[in-house]
Ligand binder design. Sequence first.
Ligand code: F6P
Length: 556
Amino acid sequence: MNTLTHLLTARAYTPVNALEQHAEHLQAQSLSDLIGGDSAAARQRASALAYTFESLHLDLSKQRITQETLSLLTDWALSCGLEAKRNALFAGAQVNSSERRSALHMAARWPANVTPPNGMEKAAEFCQYQRGRLAEMVDRLHQRQWFGATGQSITDVVHIGVGGSDLGPKMISEALADRPSHTHVDVHYVSCMDGAQLLPLIERLNPATTLLVLASKSFTTADTQFNIRTALAWLSDSLEVDVPTVCRHQLIGVSSKPEKMTEFGIPDAHQLVFKDWIGGRFSLWSPIGVSVAMQLGMESFNALLDGAHAMDRHFLETPLTENLPALVALVGAWNCQFLNIATHAVLPYDGRLKSLTAYLQQLEMESNGKSVRLDGRSVNHATCPIIWGDVGPNAQHAFYQLLHQGGHTVSADFVAVARREVDATQNVADSLAAQEQLTLANCLAQAQLFALGDDAIPKALSGHMAQGYRGNHPNTLLLLKQLDAWSMGALVALYEHKVFVQSVLWNLNPFDQPGVELGKKLATSLFNTMADSSSEQDLVRDPSTEQLLHKIGEWR
Ligand code: F6P
């Protein structure tokens, strides 16, 4: 090629081009070769790719990356203005441009004794005020001073919400359910619009001692409105009091729309408010988390917020090369955009984290599952992989076969907990400790097999194999020292900031969800058609849906 042709065909240097070329080079070798055997260089690589922040340990050494990859990725992030955009996020800039809002969920966990960044002061003050009100309500409940419509003290809380108004609190309630809470209150979660979760509770709970929490940022989501209607009908019928009376005594509202809560009949004293600058999927830390506080107590709820705040500070103050959320984001974007890995498995090796996958599905896919950039241009690659997964030990007996010997490549996050505190007899504690060890051993074995494939198999065992293990699934291990409120807060905030960093790389608005909104509108029109087929609804009528509507009508 002569110089002129070379100049005409050579692509201008951009961080993205450099990463594309680097990906071609790295993909030519197996992950096993990259990770290497037992050499000094391999050990050095592994140790350079492991990071600890307080009780969280991040191991990226089974990713298809080198120090050069990280350096190119960091250059890319800097060229996208990540540091300035991160500071703008914390300063309350209008980062949610389509809805003209800031995104200040960090204000909800900002401690009163720490000066907030310029621009966050008012938001932090408002959140601290609401947290004080939340604490008063929780205290009243725990002092057995919250009485239902018939004068009995509350024992059960039914939290009704969906999406961000459900997934976060539910996940935390499950994760920390084994912690000593010293409260007498049981919390139950209801999200599914079909009432299937509500029905067994209606059969089991005492209506006189049940408090409902209506959690809905918009206060219009049909799923939640229909569930609450059924729950109120149950309380009203069984206590023989009217619905307004039930609302006055046995209903707490959590929303960004106080006027709608008032209209609904919820007294001011039972309303908890957060502002629209906290997105639904980022709202765990706001009063949306009230049911967590009711279940576990304020001390645990505050520890959750403290862990998240510590991660905020880490994200804000640590150079990108050591910054856990940034590193997780960069490696995730590398897998998705440059290695073309379309799906990402979340595999917690701890049954208490059974809802982590669902939580991250909303957090990541609702935030970055978009293809129009902030500048209006289309994205020409996938943004955000498809997030899926399950509790690892159970998943081993379900879908791991395909991962080991099927044809797909996935990336994965293994999440494990190093130690568990149990309050049990010595024999039970010893037996549980062995189970814990078994679980960790399985987690490490699977992570190794995912990455190295056949090379992870000792010679003595490999002789029996009819078919090889494909390996080459890059994966991350996130190890928590223990599963407590602080660590959970830090872990969740790490993922929140991961999402933000990726949105900067891909130039997306991670804080809106226009695709979901339209689906809700269409369903409302169909709902009205089903109620009255002669009604004029704005619907596109296709024969497939028509025929299904007909069949449902026939069978109902
Ligand atoms: O799924 C769309 C969505 O708007 C989520 O972003 C939100 O978390 C969920 O619905 C519930 O919304 P709301 O809290 O307003 O009831």
